[in-house]
Design a protein around this ligand. Sequence first.
Ligand code: NCD
Ligand code: ZN
Length: 346
Amino acid sequence: MTSLTLTLPDDWHIHLRDEEALPTTVTDIARWAGRAIVMPNLKDPVRTVADALAYRQRILAARPAESCFEPLMTLYLTDSTTVESVAEAAQSPFVQGIKLYPAGATTNSAAGVTALKALYPVIEAMEKHDLPLLIHGEVTDADCDIFDREKAFIDTALIPLTAEFPALSVVFEHITTRDAVQFVEAGSDRIAATVTAHHLLYNRNDLFVGGIKPHLFCLPVLKRDQHQLALRRAVTSGHPRFFLGTDSAPHTRQDKESSCGCAGCYTAHAALELYAEVFDEEHSLDQLERFASFNGPDFYQLPRNSGTVTLEKVSQEVPADLPLGSQRLIPLRAGERVQWTLMRSI
Ligand code: NCD
Ligand code: ZN
């Protein structure tokens, strides 16, 4: 197949950042996605509906002319989130969920949750109001190996949580392991997962063999190839509860290429094309639309988009770097080629 037309996709997990980053991040996502779930981990987190509405306006102001891109907002769960704020969020047409970061798990997670059980009344309110809980699923125990943190989170936090709140909608974000795939497959129809392009394309060898590649360092960290293969099988299987979430997360070149480099891969510039490479390699291009354009809105109970995008199997070169305000960012595949190109978006 050399040409593929899909219903306009959505991105169910993205970091757009703020202020001078928005022209780059919003332009890149608006090129190929109708909507995106915008993560709330700004330096000063998006804690309230008022914060989310103000942030939404800043994103809308950065949209290219004539773009219909719709940001779908999330709130940041903290130890002091209240039941009342859940009710308020559930009533807002602009807020689609609340994001749980275990404190210390990733970029800008210092304000995250320190004791999940203490928040069970808040989670109960989310279940009651049918407001999805979006989860960064890694434990933060210093004595847990970084490659085991997702599995440990499933065992110690997710299994008890989903047993306690069986009607709660849960999106297990950016899953990286076979264990997470199995957890979702065995779960109820209220449990889904997003999968990034980079976790489908790469494994931990790509991160370390031949020298450390800071631009492939993200959290949860890339795992071994068996896990990558399990993710590839899951997304191409036609299963309705795996959907596209890029976790595109820009950082400046300086912050990544440092003695203590920060976590995040930037893929929004070519994400759909990168996913197409994976589905092509798996001889499953016929499953891409389901993953990119149907499963997400069906799970979030939103309408599917009405436009289309067309991809062609024509390779393109990714620029060596991109602007991020006054600084530069290194996108995934910088200076290399991607095998597909987005031709047209309607
Ligand atoms: C994300 C970021 O930079 O905000 N980083 C990452 O490695 N994925 C945060 C996150 O989603 O964990
Ligand atoms: Zn993320």
